[in-house]
Design a protein around this ligand. Structure first.
Ligand SMILES: Cc1cc2nc3c(=O)[nH]c(=O)nc-3n(C[C@H](O)[C@H](O)[C@H](O)COP(=O)(O)OP(=O)(O)OC[C@H]3O[C@@H](n4cnc5c(N)ncnc54)[C@H](O)[C@@H]3O)c2cc1C
Length: 638
């Protein structure tokens, strides 16, 4: 459906731009390294340095990955000048300022004392890794969104270590319902919807979703409306048989593997995809597959063709309720849940506050939500812990024989120059795939195992709308778009916490989250991720912006939404290296059959270098990032 750039508002001056040193810089500026904008070597010391407010293409932003890619391509060292010695000596150098790196620094201080000198390097212009804060100004009001890690949640219960850290940071997970303004959506009838697009379904319609799948980002607020089944039966532009099949799938309790015991059922479900389960076992019409093909993307990073039916069952997808396979994890997951308006970025900020109190004002787990981080304090000469941003580690090696060495040297690139620093030990809390390029001295088998941990690409887009009236008029709070550029369009959970008040009325500006997992159905999962990663890295912000505007007007237009008038800001959080790869019974059968897993082989401590990060556990959750940090610190040699 063609919309002109004018209708879409492509040239409208929204906040794709920021103000630095009083100068307005336009769209492309969000892509520029800070030091170019600020004209200073230590850009974080510029008062305006506040990355959460940057819009445009964020996540793995321009300037964050080029060094790593040239290292991969073998071109880095040809172009790099001779490293300059900073003369800095630390007890510990951590590569990676995500959860795992920050937690490792924290655990190390517990072990070595608060005076331990620690340097944390991260290639991004913000700390927190995937836990990324998006912040906006709309008039005189601040709006907060999440650009990555959404919440404290995990299919498995948090370990003692991870829970203790969360508690130590002052977060009372059980208190979440207190901050959730539940009746803003539920009670006034804003419900889950499905947007059927013309290209996929022949006609364009927004229809009540009678059976919202779990695993999205709306906690339990994405509920079916009271007349959802009637609406769906009357309006969904799919074959009549398919509409009946959806009803059967979601409402009937049927055992599709009668005659098998529980273990046999699990074994069978582990070997087929959810799409196969729907067609081959549940006998669903092909339109049902089209309808649900992308429903699993936010959680699994692939469509239902590549998700094992057993994983679908464990997640609570429909079709298994009569099979005697009750998913044990689900209750735990619901109970142990906490969502800050910026997702887990608040937890990263709490960790940074613990490590460097001057950097984040305040002293509670709720006041952190509105606290403005002072980035100039992150890397101060007199501080025992220093977080150095915009710094990509390019080499980590022992000084001398790894078995006997007393020190490691870490070389990093920052703002076009290369530097060295020394540490008594190092923790690599960065992505596993990067480590073979950093650490040439590792054994080949370990390097191979590290390299196999390719990640799952994801796109998390945050859009600020002038108001939420279109959602209100359409009665929607969460929209699944099977054929959309983004598969999910949600108003964020209404959470008011600390000094932050979420939008409460339809005429207030509202933060909308859109998510997409770029992938290509029909291929093995890893190939899908590889293709998706290339797609993310090669798509311009302009193209993404056009797709976002087009998707929003097609979905919300009938509710009075005008993209040229109503979009105030867009931040696209691009994560070509997103979730840690989790082994799947469909694609990694031999790995799951027993023996040492690649992630176990990959994370072995080597001399004075230990390996943390969520890849080290092949598990894409915050608790694993913490668990692996704990293990890595425990394995460090004194
Ligand atoms: C979009 C998205 C949503 C998610 N949602 C959730 C959620 O709701 N709940 C949940 O529990 N988990 C979620 N996750 C998983 C998330 O990855 C983990 O929770 C956790 O944040 C991982 O922490 P980490 O420190 O292991 O990795 P990261 O957060 O990725 O941090 C590693 C850091 O190391 C940096 N680095 C890499 N190489 C180098 C180098 N050479 N030099 C310097 N720095 C380097 C990276 O750029 C990165 O900043 C989500 C992930 C994504 C991508």
């Amino acid at each position: 459906m063609p919309f002109s750039d004018r209708e879409l508002g492509m040239r409208r001056s929204i906040t794709r731009r920021d103000f630095l040193n009083g100068v307005a810089v336009t769209a492309g500026a969000a892509l520029m390294p800070w030091h170019l904008l600020a004209g200073e070597a230590n850009s974080e010391e510029v008062a305006e340095y506040y990355p959460p407010l940057l819009t445009g293409l964020r996540g793995s932003h321009a300037g964050s990955f080029e060094v790593a890619h040239s290292l991969r391509d073998g071109t880095f060292w040809d172009a790099a000048g001779k490293p300059q010695d900073t003369g800095e000596n630390y007890d510990l150098i951590v590569v990676g300022g995500g959860f795992s790196g920050l937690a490792a620094a924290h655990f190390y201080r517990q072990r070595a004392g608060a005076k331990a000198r620690i340097l944390i390097l991260d290639n991004h212009d913000d700390f927190g890794g995937h836990a990324r804060r998006n912040e906006f100004r709309a008039g005189n009001r601040t709006l907060i969104g999440y650009g990555g890690t959404y919440s404290i949640e995990s299919p498995e219960p948090y370990s003692e270590v991870a829970r203790s850290l969360i508690e130590e940071l002052g977060i009372e997970v059980g208190s979440f319902p207190r901050y959730l303004e539940r009746n803003l959506y539920g009670a006034n009838g804003r419900v889950a919807k499905i947007f059927f697009d013309k290209e996929t379904f022949g006609s364009e319609k927004l229809v009540d979703d009678p059976c919202p799948f779990p695993g999205g980002e709306t906690y339990d607020l994405a509920v079916a409306g009271p007349k959802a089944w009637d609406h769906f039966a009357a309006d969904a532009p799919i074959a009549e048989q398919a509409r009946k099949d959806v009803s059967r799938l979601c409402r009937e309790k049927k055992d599709y593997l009668r005659g098998l015991n529980t273990d046999q059922k699990k074994d069978r479900l582990a070997r087929i995809s959810y799409a196969q389960f729907l067609t081959e076992l549940a006998g669903m019409h092909s339109d049902v597959i089209r309808l649900y093909q992308t429903v699993s993307q936010p959680l699994f990073g692939v469509g239902i063709d590549a998700v094992a039916a057993l994983d679908a069952s464990d997640t609570g997808y429909p079709g298994f309720s009569g099979m005697g396979l009750e998913a044990e994890g689900l209750d735990n997951e619901r109970k142990y849940f906490f969502h800050f308006p910026d997702g887990n970025a608040s937890i990263a900020r709490l960790l940074v506050r613990k490590l460097i109190p001057e950097a984040i004002p305040g002293n509670t787990a709720t006041d952190v939500v509105t606290a403005r981080a002072n980035y100039a304090k992150l890397d101060q000469a007199g501080s025992s812990v220093r977080v150095r941003l915009n710094a990509t580690a390019v080499r980590v090696k022992h000084i001398g024989d790894p078995a006997a060495a007393k020190e490691v040297e870490v070389v990093y690139a920052r703002e076009g120059k290369v530097y060295t620093a020394r540490g008594k030990c190092a923790i690599l809390a960065c992505w596993n795939q990067m480590i073979p390029y950093l650490c040439e001295e590792l054994p080949d088998a370990q390097k191979q195992a590290l390299a196999s941990a390719t990640k799952v690409p994801l796109l998390y887009t945050t859009v600020v709308l002038r108001n939420g009236s279109a959602f209100e008029k359409l009665g929607a709070n969460s929209i699944y778009a099977p054929g959309g550029y983004h598969s999910h369009v949600d108003i964020d959970l209404p959470v008011s916490i600390g000094g932050y008040r979420c939008p409460r009325t339809p005429d207030e500006p509202v933060v909308v989250h859109m998510s997409k997992a770029p992938c290509q159905a029909g291929l093995p999962a890893r190939d899908q991720h590889r293709i998706g990663r290339i797609e993310l890295l090669s798509t311009t912000f302009e193209t993404m912006e056009r797709r976002i505007r087009e998707q929003l007007v097609r979905t919300l237009g009938p509710g009075g939404f005008d993209p040229a008038r109503d979009i105030l800001a867009i931040t696209v959080n691009r994560w070509p290296h997103g979730y840690s790869y989790e082994y799947s019974s469909l694609w990694d059968k031999s790995v799951l059959e027993g023996g040492e897993k690649p992630c176990e082989r990959a994370r072995k401590t080597f001399g004075r270098i230990a390996i943390a990060n969520s890849d080290a556990g092949a598990y894409a959750y915050t608790d694993e990032a913490i668990n692996q940090a704990w293990r890595a610190v425990g394995e460090l040699r004194d």
